[in-house]
Design a binder for this molecule. Structure first.
Ligand code: FMN
Length: 302
């Protein structure tokens, strides 16, 4: 099967997504598919590790999908049989480089009328960002045929501690020797090849409608109720904060307020609301929850 052409296009800051994309594309390369990889870079790199003030200051631009300038990138082909789009959520939205790729004329030209599989590598909150990616792909007239979300499977609060250790202090070791290593587990990075193989089968058969059900069966996406609950709250509140931060003269003070609010919301408000919801209301909305989980597991756009 040497005549198929696949473009794998993505951004990564720490290299985690490079490892995921390399493992993912391995079965395709082995099968003789021509896989072209493009790692897109912003013109102004995001400094790593992040200063907290810069980190939280990026929230409004992420939420409003404001693109940043990208270094030029040139796909070798005019048309591909499949595009693999790798990205990471930032503040429940595609990262700034990721949204910029999706809105870039070069990407839009090759994505037009082309099947796309999205692959995200993140902490654990990707539902809302995937909705935004679906919207941007639709604007590019691309056909989303599959989605894989590769996450840090540790407890939400454990991964909150370890991601701060990683992103704000640049550390990839076990915090205090007791926390797990930050990011997606090595075995889950390697396991990306299993999903790559599934995509390969469907590419060979050109049977795109069967792809996402097959990926769901392999647990390439999992929608946990508690994380969906937290994300719904965040997705509602972030734009309210983002508008305030953007219009205030004392931006830095508002960004700091948002930082503490987010910490408080994540550690106090969200778990409290979740327990109340779980005890009093969840039982009455089991059907709706199931429908939402099915929706987020799929590739359709509401
Ligand atoms: C500014 C910023 C915001 C982030 N927000 C989220 C988020 O909303 N949900 C999530 O699951 N991970 C979030 N992450 C983690 C990233 O999705 C990703 O896992 C991590 O940055 C490593 O990705 P990379 O090295 O491939 O760029 C965030 C990271 C950054 C830098």
């Amino acid at each position: 099967m040497t005549n198929k052409k696949v473009l794998a296009i993505y951004y990564t800051q720490t290299g985690q997504l490079t490892n995921i994309m390399d493992n993912f594309t391995q079965p395709l390369v082995q099968a003789g598919v021509a896989v072209e990889k493009i790692l897109v870079q912003p013109e102004q790199p995001f400094v790593f590790p992040w200063k907290a003030s810069v980190f939280f200051d990026k929230m409004p631009d992420c939420v409003f999908l404001k693109p940043v300038a990208l270094q030029p990138f040139t796909p070798q082909q005019e048309q591909y049989d499949l595009i693999l789009f790798g990205y990471q959520p930032w503040f429940l939205s595609p990262s700034l480089p990721a949204n910029s790729i999706l809105q870039h004329p070069t990407f839009k030209a090759i994505a037009n009328n082309t099947p796309v599989v999205t692959i995200s590598g993140c902490r654990n909150m990707w539902l809302n960002s995937q909705e935004k990616v679906k919207g941007l792909l639709q604007q590019a007239n691309a056909k989303l045929v599959g989605n894989i979300a590769i996450v840090d499977k540790h407890n939400n609060y454990v991964s909150l501690v370890t991601i701060v250790h990683w992103l704000l202090y640049g550390r990839t070791d076990k915090k205090w020797g007791i926390f797990p290593k930050p990011g997606v587990a090595d075995e889950d990075v390697k396991n990306a090849s299993v999903f790559g193989n599934t995509v390969l089968q469907h590419l060979q058969q050109e049977n795109w409608s069967a792809l996402q059900p097959a990926l769901i069966a392999q647990k390439a996406v999992r929608v946990h109720y508690h994380l969906m609950f937290f994300e719904h709250k965040g997705a509602h509140l972030f734009p309210i904060w983002a508008k305030q931060i953007n219009k205030r003269k004392n931006r830095a003070a508002w960004v700091t307020a948002f930082k503490y609010y987010l910490l408080f919301a994540l550690c106090v408000v969200a778990p409290t609301l979740y327990v109340i919801d779980f005890v009093l209301f969840r039982v009455f909305k089991l059907n709706r929850i199931k429908k939402q989980q099915q929706y987020y597991s799929g590739v359709a756009l509401k």
